[in-house]
Design a binder for this molecule. Structure first.
Ligand code: UDP
Length: 324
């Protein structure tokens, strides 16, 4: 099949590209390399079934042409990571809302199967656990920049379903804290990358607040597997799926794990939220996916244990440093 991946040079998109190339498909990546990186896909560049187009999803004419040529579209291009979003909410809103509008308009025009990448951030600060797809979102005030990301992704989801009501075969995936090789090496946007980089630099590991807030860390192979199931199976059309591991880990526990794997002498330092993100920051204290829908309808299960995934990710970060 001919597959279009927007944001295909990003962390998740590049792994999805690898999996689809391995499965024998033709892959076109559209990426403006703003947060995506050429090094994530450089090994694919000479491949006969792979093509990279460096441009923006806001280029509607180009998107239209690429969607027309594709059988399936995975729309992953977005501004991601709480830190990016807090720093530049305008960029986030334009990329996430207008960009998705452009992609879905074309998918509708040519009636293409489309998977829209969303985020567990959509649940906001809801502390219900586990969170199932039809649970309420609990978002903070618009004066707090962080929530623009959740809202923009919620709009994307509404758009996808509005088109689905018109007959478009669209689905949504909500990712839960994916981690693995190719996370932004500056540690931007992911606590796993930050902790690993801090540890490899011999620096203190910075745990925000008391570290009792939790996340469910999902290894990239599981994230990709879930995404492909959603893009492949007819049962997924018109639905949202939590794609995540349901093991709940506190940030303090994660800090200890990284420290134990890199250097047991390292300091774990608690930092107030205000110092990390500035004033008026609001945190999601708990975020656990209910994975029943993905399991029952798609046979999805995240099965890479955090210990294994972390070790593989640390190994990758180490190798990057040797290569520098
Ligand atoms: N966090 C932390 N130290 C850091 C970076 C993040 O303690 O250096 C915490 C953050 O407060 C949050 C969790 O780690 O509770 C996950 O943060 P991340 O930015 O990876 O993703 P989120 O799930 O918040 O979108």
């Amino acid at each position: 099949m001919r597959i279009l991946i927007t944001g295909g040079a990003g962390y998740i998109g590049s792994h999805l590209s690898d999996a689809l190339i391995d499965a024998g498909h033709q892959v076109t990546v559209l990426d403006n390399l703003s947060t995506g990186r050429l090094t994530n896909i450089s090994h694919l560049l000479g491949h006969t079934r792979f093509r990279l187009i460096c441009d923006s999803i806001l280029n509607a004419r180009l998107v239209d042409q690429l969607v027309a040529e594709a059988d399936v579209v995975y729309h992953l291009a977005a501004t991601v990571g709480v830190k990016h979003v807090v720093e530049d909410p305008l960029k986030c809103i334009v990329a996430n809302v207008r960009g998705t509008e452009v992609v879905l308009e074309s998918a509708y025009r040519y009636w293409r199967r489309v998977v829209v990448a969303s985020s567990s951030e959509v649940y906001g600060k809801s502390e219900k656990a586990p969170l199932s797809e039809d649970d309420d979102s609990v978002l903070g005030p618009t004066a707090v920049g962080r929530w623009s990301y959740a809202l923009s992704k919620a709009v994307d989801e509404h758009l996808a379903f509005a088109y689905h009501r018109q007959g478009l075969p669209a689905s949504v995936v909500r990712y839960f804290n994916s981690y693995g090789p190719r996370l932004d090496p500056r540690g931007y946007g992911s606590v796993v990358a930050r902790f690993i980089n801090q540890a490899l630099d011999g620096q203190p590991i910075t745990v925000y607040d008391d570290g009792r807030q939790t996340r469910c860390f999902t290894y990239i192979d599981d994230t990709v597997n879930g995404t492909l199931l959603v893009g492949t199976l007819a049962e997924a059309e018109g639905k949202t799926f939590n794609i995540g591991n349901d093991r709940e880990t506190s940030i303090l526990e994660l800090a200890h794990m990284v420290r134990d794997m890199v250097d047991t002498e390292l300091e774990i330092r608690h930092v107030p939220y205000a110092q990390a993100y500035g004033p008026r920051f609001e945190e999601t204290r708990r975020r656990v996916p209910d994975t029943r829908r993905a399991r029952d309808l798609l046979g999805f299960e995240a099965n890479v244990p955090l210990e294994d995934g972390l070790q593989r990710t640390i190994d990758w970060f180490r190798k990057q440093r040797v290569g520098e």
